[in-house]
Design a protein around this ligand. Structure first.
Ligand code: V47
Ligand code: SF4
Length: 374
């Protein structure tokens, strides 16, 4: 018997699951109630297959990565979110702040080794003025005209608007003129106000996060979107989060990728336990199916760990993020993944996951494909 998606699905006993799968395979949009059903269903392999089928329609056998570096200029942060072990008060012995020269040295190192992107986010110190954020971008742009600058989360943009008295549009225009190319997706956490009151009551809320991204898209600045899951949120709240992103993407089309971030509890005030691999794979797969208007789903190896990230590349994800070089945020919270990876290692991880490694830029333009013989 020829193995087709139909014959594989014959092994699935759950009639409701099959109805949802059929609907999705016909190209129809899944409802929040159906997404919740998939979370509660135990048909893990069929769920993975369904998500992977949809991923291959969008991305074929490619799995993407980028040669990049994360730079976190400071860990001093006024917001003190309870899930975050990275942001500390200025008086904390672990507090640090990089000088502009230090930041530029890191960018130079990245540029020299063929890096295409710097991903810059950090804590939010009370003593930083608005000009500091603009200066970091403009100095990098002056010295390195070609490097792609993906910098400042919506939370940082909201903060800049607050301290400068400018609108989101004015701040984003000024940053774009200074050399900003894209916004990362951090700061979204979970949009539910109930959850935000518990884990991050002080920083930009859901509406503000979404408005920053809406404004960026309007100005032609592409952005990414994240969801931090596995702490105090319900499954319904995860789906509501994805629904808000799906709605905004329908409106603007400006999101490039969705990044589910698994919560790490070590050293945080919130505490809790790690997510299970089953939850990680279900979340990857359901996001691939639910976010039908997103081209890419990231299996972020830092939060998933390299091994689960490889499996996630067969559960609907198509991107591993990058070489990163120096991840600090999730390492502060206990992740056991590496701090960074070489290109060789990422290529190997992707090949062993059965996919074709495609090196990309920030905008998902392919710059090199690593075929079998490479
Ligand atoms: O917003 C903080 C998360 C995010 C913890 O846009 C934690 O391409 C797990 O957004 N356990 C920052 N996660 C990282 C981020 C990101 C990473 C890679 C690529 C992109 C992109 C964006 O890290 C924060 C928060 O959601 N985070 N603490 C923690 N304990
Ligand atoms: Fe600060 Fe961001 Fe950490 Fe919140 S998540 S404490 S805003 S660094």
């Amino acid at each position: 018997m020829e193995l087709t998606i139909d014959t594989i699905f014959q092994t699935v006993q759950d009639k409701e699951f099959l109805k949802i799968a059929e609907k999705v395979l016909e190209g129809r949009r899944m409802s929040p109630e159906e997404a919740l059903y998939l979370y509660k269903s135990n048909e893990l392999t069929a769920l993975g297959l369904l998500a992977e089928h949809l991923n291959r329609q969008k991305n074929g056998m490619y799995a993407y990565f980028i040669v990049n570096r994360q730079i976190n200029p400071t860990n001093i942060c006024i917001y003190q979110c309870d899930f975050c072990a990275f942001g500390v008060k200025k008086s904390n012995p672990k507090a640090y702040e990089m000088s502009l020269e230090e930041i530029l040295r890191k960018v130079e190192e990245t540029y020299r080794m063929g890096g295409r992107e710097v991903h810059i986010v950090g804590g939010i110190p009370a003593h930083w003025g608005y000009e500091k954020y603009v200066e970091i971008v403009s100095e990098i742009r002056k010295r390195f005209p070609e490097i792609i600058i993906k910098a400042w989360t919506a939370v940082e943009i909201h903060h800049m608007a607050k301290i400068s008295g400018k609108s989101y549009e004015e701040v984003l225009k000024e940053l774009k003129d200074a050399g900003l190319d894209a916004l990362p997706g951090g700061g979204a956490e979970i949009f539910s106000e109930r959850v935000r009151q518990i884990i991050a009551p002080y920083k930009a809320n859901a509406e503000q996060y979404l408005e920053v991204h809406r404004t960026a898209h309007k100005l032609g600045i592409p952005t990414n979107a994240t969801m931090l899951y596995g702490h105090v949120e319900t499954l319904e709240e995860r789906i509501e989060h994805m629904e808000k992103l799906r709605e905004l993407q329908d409106e603007t089309g400006g999101f490039q990728v969705f990044i589910p971030l698994a919560y790490w509890p070590e050293g945080t005030r919130l505490g809790g336990t790690r997510t299970s691999s089953i939850d990680d794979l279900k979340t990857t797969a359901i996001s691939r199916i639910f976010l039908d208007n997103f081209d890419h789903i990231k299996a972020y190896w830092v939060t998933l760990g390299e091994k689960v990230a490889q499996v996630a590349l067969n559960f609907g994800a198509d991107d591993l993020d990058g070489t990163i070089q120096e991840e600090k945020i999730v390492h502060s919270a206990g992740t056991k993944s590496a701090y960074g990876h070489s290109v060789d290692m990422l290529v190997k991880l992707i090949k062993k996951a059965g996919k074709i490694p495609a090196e990309r830029d920030t905008f998902y333009n392919i710059v090199r494909v690593y075929r079998k013989h490479c």
